[in-house]
Design a protein around this ligand. Structure first.
Ligand SMILES: Cc1ncc(COP(=O)(O)O)c(C=O)c1O
Length: 378
């Protein structure tokens, strides 16, 4: 048996083998899987913009005007008018002096951390941060200190220890698998006190949190106090890409040093145009956010009434905590039999023994969609 086959067999035996499901047609509250129409409760399309005609029209228009590819990396000849427009829009939206866009959020995290710290520096990382943050920390060559989840006291104790070089603290704002929030004002204070720079990942907060959808920094009233504000354009914004917003110096440094910005082809014009349309929708269509939060409340109240454990979730991301991987897979299969798509999330995405179903309602689900889910779970 080859070592590849053995690895796959071992994964299958442990209930950890994963295979992508193919979605036919458009992303939305309902999706087609094979010949079945199912309710989708697992996407990051939080505002339902991935299937919105305004974004599709913008992408089509950009293809007509600019073609399909940017043709080169950003620092060669790949920077097109739409990249500039998008970066200016992100900076205005995030209320920063400047912003830079990467092809994906994963690349934004990896490239940014690696550009900001290196050998001789120290980076502090919440234990439940996204994999792209961990990968960026490891790639950077800096000393990596992992602090217990959301524990600012423990972080401060680590920060008090003697260290050389530059110091960066990195945290998700909305934790992607638990739906809880980083203690933001306390983190800002801790970083200021200990001379550390704070980098936040607003992947699951942008478009969703704050009165104007600007994210957790707006929600907590700490905009302007965050040196490095990262986020994705692939979730609530309904498109693809990652951004970093901050000072002109920060953006200049990333343009010159972030390897995942420099050594890759620039995002295609159609993606930039769809993203611009998505951000404008977030700015103009507050009703979508209101609808999302109504569905979230309905779902979480119902789950609590049924006695489900939804951990410490404080946002739209709603984990049904199961524990055992095989049990989580069995529940997911049962839901699918009832026309509900919600795959099991298992290690290594989440820590050992904490398998779960990660439910994420979106703005375009109807109250009866949520009722159908609750009924299936009940
Ligand atoms: C917290 C967090 N950061 C970064 C990313 C990566 O973003 P993208 O999917 O745009 O590459 C994700 C994706 O799931 C995420 O959850």
């Amino acid at each position: 048996m080859s070592d590849w086959r053995k690895t796959l067999d071992d994964l299958a035996e442990a209930g950890l083998l994963r295979e992508p499901i193919t979605i036919e047609g458009c992303q939305g509250p309902r999706v087609r899987v094979g010949d079945r129409q199912v309710l989708c409760f697992c996407s990051n399309n939080y505002l339902g913009l991935a299937g919105h005609p305004a974004l599709a029209e913008a992408a089509k228009g950009a293809i007509d005007e600019y073609g399909t590819s940017s043709g080169a990396s950003r620092l060669v000849s790949g920077t097109m008018r739409l990249h500039r427009e998008l970066e200016e829009l992100v900076a205005r939206f995030k209320r920063t002096d400047a912003a830079v866009v990467f092809p994906t959020g994963y690349m934004a995290n990896v490239g940014t951390i690696q550009a900001l710290v290196g050998r001789g520096d120290t980076v502090y990382c919440d234990r439940l941060n996204h994999a792209s943050i961990f990968d960026g920390c490891r790639l950077s060559g800096a000393t990596v200190r992992v602090y217990p989840h959301r524990d600012v006291g423990a972080l401060c104790r680590l920060l008090r220890r003697k260290r050389r070089g530059r110091t960066l603290v990195v945290t998700d704002t909305v934790f992607s698998m638990d739906g809880d929030l980083a203690p933001r004002p306390e983190l800002v204070e801790a970083c200021e006190q200990h001379g550390a720079r704070l980098m936040i990942d607003e992947a699951h907060a942008t478009g969703v949190l704050g009165n104007n959808g600007r994210g957790a920094a707006e929600h907590f009233g700490v905009e302007g106090q965050i040196p490095v504000g990262m986020g994705t354009l692939s979730k609530a914004i309904g498109s693809l890409g990652g951004y970093v917003a901050g000072s002109r110096d920060l953006v200049g440094l990333l343009v010159n040093r972030a390897r995942s910005f420099i050594y890759t082809t620039a995002p295609p014009p159609a993606v930039c145009a769809a993203t611009i349309a998505g951000i404008r929708m977030v700015q103009q269509d507050r009703e979508r956010r209101v609808a999302l939060w109504e569905r979230v409340k309905q779902l979480q109240t119902g789950l609590r009434k049924c006695g489900y454990n939804i951990g410490n979730c404080e946002t739209h991301i709603t984990p049904l905590m199961i524990g055992d991987s095989a049990e989580a897979v069995a529940l997911s299969k049962k839901l699918f039999e009832r026309d509900i798509l919600a795959p099991a999330i298992r290690p290594p995405t989440v820590p050992e023994g904490t398998a779960r179903i990660r439910l994420s309602p979106i703005a375009t689900h109807t109250p009866s969609d949520i009722e159908a889910l609750l009924e299936a779970l009940g």
